[in-house]
Ligand binder design. Structure first.
Ligand code: HAM
Length: 423
């Protein structure tokens, strides 16, 4: 059969891989609930304006990477490239604008039209967290601490937490002046994108990964020196609180992050296992302006990429979660046994025992092959004789041991045979 691959930069997640994904998702739910967060789900597409205004028109994401299309009514829609803008659109309708705190997390696919590479997908999955409505440096530190707690719980060791400040909006102008004055001197040696960035959004230069630009960026003056007292004391308090909470961090003065909504704290967790795309997670404090709103919605949050978490766990040889397989296979010889097995399967499932029953007439050899392929722990075999004698042959698939069990004792015997795996 010719194989039809999914589009570049996307992939299928198959049943044998899913338990590793469940671990990431279940752990997120467990940890984030400990900090008082509840799950929110927003649409995978939004009006394009939500992202243009929310993330910033001059960002790489909005300029180059969005999947945008018109609906039948001619409205422009975009598949979400990130989760924060849509969540803010949703929370805007709550009392969050009155300074009331909302703690939410979300899980789901994101879409960015990037050049696919290891760890860089066009459809990828994020777990994101947002603490919305209040401003306090302690909240930034707690949010980072929760991310580190989550990574620890996933056995992801050897990562580095990088943090920086982007200052307040008022601090931007003087800092931009200093940056522009520096980069203008070297601009002829920099890439075409940076030449544009110099005119349109000088901060984006600090994000450029081109080697010729990196040389100039490395020697650029630290922008924090142009920031006022408010920005500096906020950042100092975030660092102080992180230290108090026992979280190690490195201040990275060139870290600005690729989204324009950040103010004050920005952070990224990087891991050497990821190679060139080394960001495992990223976030910061934000002020997000949405279409039709004069006032921004404020908060702090982060997102982590599930594919990158899995890649890191694989490199670290974190013990993989066992695949999810059914426990019991019911093999039936003859139509009566098959029918009886289908009824038995329903009753076992109601008792919490995952069961698959053969529904067609097949040789016992073929049915045992199916049982092996499914990876079940027990196979129950019934034919005409077993039905007549009200018994079932029960085979332990690991040891090969077989015993006959009276049909009315099947429930108790299964409990015993499947213990401690199940009960
Ligand atoms: P981001 O840095 O764009 O931030 O993405 C967060 C994480 O998503 C990255 O660190 C990476 O693990 C993963 N990621 C991003 N792009 C890709 C890709 N093309 N392929 C695979 N994984 C990827 C945000 O999205 C912000 N909304 C985070 C945030 C929440 N800030 C405040 N609140």
């Amino acid at each position: 059969m010719p194989k039809i691959s999914p589009p570049p930069g996307t992939s299928d997640i198959l049943p044998e891989e899913i338990s590793a994904w469940h671990r990431l998702e279940d752990t997120a739910r467990k940890i984030f609930q400990l900090y008082g967060y509840g799950e929110i789900r927003t649409p995978v597409f939004e009006y394009t304006e939500v992202f243009k205004r929310g993330i910033g028109n001059e960002t790489e994401i909005v300029q180059k990477e969005m999947y945008t299309f018109k609906d039948k009514g001619g409205r422009s829609l975009t598949l979400r490239p990130e989760g924060t803008a849509g969540i803010m659109r949703s929370l805007m309708a709550t009392d969050v604008m009155n300074g009331n705190e909302h703690r939410v997390y979300s899980l789901g696919p994101m879409f960015r039209g990037e050049k696919p590479a290891a760890g860089r997908r066009r459809q990828f999955h994020q777990i994101g967290v947002e603490n919305v409505g209040r401003i306090a440096p302690e909240l930034d530190a707690e949010c980072i601490a929760m991310l580190m707690h989550y990574l620890e719980e996933l056995d992801i060791v050897g990562n580095r937490l990088l943090i920086n400040t982007r200052g307040t909006l008022e601090d931007r102008k003087p800092a931009e002046k200093v940056l522009r004055a520096n980069f203008i001197k070297h601009i002829s040696a920099m890439c075409e994108d940076c030449k544009n960035r110099l005119k349109r959004n000088v901060w984006r230069i600090l994000d450029c990964k081109q080697p010729e630009c990196q040389k100039v960026i490395k020697n650029s003056p630290p922008v924090v020196s142009c920031f006022g007292e408010k920005s500096r004391s906020f950042f100092n308090k975030v660092c102080e609180t992180l230290s108090k909470l026992g979280i190690s961090y490195e201040i990275e003065p060139k870290l600005v992050r690729g989204l324009d909504y950040y103010v004050h704290t920005v952070f990224e967790v990087v891991h050497p296992a990821l190679g060139a795309q080394d960001a495992l997670a990223g976030g910061g404090r934000y002020e997000i302006f949405l279409p039709g709103n004069k006032n921004p919605i404020i908060g702090v949050g982060f997102a982590t990429g599930l594919e990158r978490l899995l890649m890191t766990q694989e490199c670290l040889k974190v013990i993989p979660s066992p695949p999810i397989t059914p426990c019991v296979f019911l093999a039936g010889l003859g139509i009566e046994a098959i029918n009886a097995n289908m009824t038995l399967a329903m009753s076992l499932r109601r008792k919490g025992i995952s069961t698959v029953a053969e529904v067609e007439e097949k040789s016992i050899k073929a049915q045992m092959r199916t049982a092996n392929r499914l990876g079940v722990k027990l196979t129950i075999i019934r034919g005409e004789t077993e039905l007549k004698n009200r018994i079932a042959t029960c085979k332990n698939m690991k040891t090969g041991e077989q015993k006959e069990i009276p049909s009315d004792k099947l429930d108790d015997s299964l409990r015993e045979l499947l213990s401690p795996d199940l009960f």
